[in-house]
Design a protein around this ligand. Sequence first.
Ligand SMILES: Cc1cc2nc3c(=O)[nH]c(=O)nc-3n(C[C@H](O)[C@H](O)[C@H](O)COP(=O)(O)OP(=O)(O)OC[C@H]3O[C@@H](n4cnc5c(N)ncnc54)[C@H](O)[C@@H]3O)c2cc1C
Length: 447
Amino acid sequence: MIYDERIKNLNHKKINNGDYVLYWMQASQRSEYNHALEYSIEYSNKLKLPLIVLFIIMEDFPKANFRHFRFMLEGIEDVMNQLKSRKIKMVIRKGEALPIVNELSKNASILITDFGYLKHEIIMKSNIAQQLNCSMLSVESNVIIPVEVTSNKEEYGAYTIRPKINKIIDKYLIELNSRLVMQSSIDYPIKSEDISDLNSFIDSLKIDKSINESIYKGGSVEAEKYLKDFIENKAQYYSELKNHPGMNYSSNLSPYLHFGQISPLYIALKIIKSDIKSKKDFLEELITRRELAINYIYYNKNYDSDIEKILPSWAYDSLISHQNDLKDYLYSLEELENAKTHDEFWNKAQKEMVITGKMHGYMRMYWGKKIIEWSLTINDAFSKALYLNDRYSIDGRDANGYAGIAWCYGKHDRPWKEREIFGKIRYMNDKGLIKKFNMEKYLDLKL
Ligand SMILES: Cc1cc2nc3c(=O)[nH]c(=O)nc-3n(C[C@H](O)[C@H](O)[C@H](O)COP(=O)(O)OP(=O)(O)OC[C@H]3O[C@@H](n4cnc5c(N)ncnc54)[C@H](O)[C@@H]3O)c2cc1C
């Protein structure tokens, strides 16, 4: 069952007498547990037309670099193979979205797409929808509960969104079965890029290649392995050990969730069915925290630009009133980027992100807080953190990253005892790390 509230009519145009149904895959890059794909199959069966799945490689996609493209295209290889086994043709094109969607939608009865929450994705799709001559719908599949159903406004924190989620979640925690494809589109004649030699294909892309690939291999096959390993070997200890920087007891699923290579609904159902004891804590992160982050960037479009407009006034006023406090260290972006600070824990965390493509979750908080302490202004700190996280994290450019960085400045948090530089926002220091964790183990990690 795909509920109506997952579906948005983007242009209220008519369904044409076309040759195929077109699904433009963008945010939900997977062939399983993808409501947009299954809805497209339902439509193609109803209209007795083949289904074509389109994927557009946009070389100028904001802040995307070689590391991100490589991970994404490894995932697209998986999707292509999986769709082929379901007799669905996937067409890959390279270039700007509007002309490509325009061209392919000319012969389509209807265009269906999935739903991403970043503002440039929303604006792009809404502009395209207005310029097409066929009906365009979007289907929300990267959340458990559609964002507008959970709440019609920006939420203050986990404590305000949690009861709203809990009240209705059972309705949405339902399986999504794969629909039978009635008409094969495999032999449909339509031009596509050949990505079978992925290395030379990526070489041909005009993208920022000044950064190497991450240690994570992209794709739903890999995501499934991480989930299995997590459930079998780690989830049992998640509540006690996930915060320990020298240990690896979280799921590492965030890169796969970011690219839509695995569905949060699928993960949640697997966890619920398992008999692990950290179930509640994990679901708190996967559902409450993740959907709070999505609520935030959906309703507050200043998430990557204007710190004053994203923080609660107690946090912003307090930070501003302490902005001129004496600071022991000030580091430039270059010094931070090259992990050249006096703090060995921070440097290790920065290197972990640069080298592996992902920083330990607990260290992310410490990392973000310290940038505030070592920057002249909070605006400067905010933009440095955004730049570094989006450039090096394979799961960067994501609602969770924007919410996580904003959290370091007091977003979704509460006031604490007032102190220098930080004012009333929560403070973290190296002594706290040493007291709680075996930090030698973190420093010894081979990257
Ligand atoms: C400064 C800072 C920057 C961050 N940048 C990112 C980022 O770029 N991308 C990103 O996905 N997350 C980011 N986070 C949030 C969080 O640290 C990561 O989601 C988590 O560490 C990912 O690892 P995991 O998949 O092993 O998490 P697990 O602990 O296994 O959690 C499972 C899933 O729950 C969600 N989740 C977990 N913690 C949070 C959280 N605090 N907020 C929202 N959702 C959460 C994620 O989707 C995660 O994959 C950031 C946090 C901070 C403080």
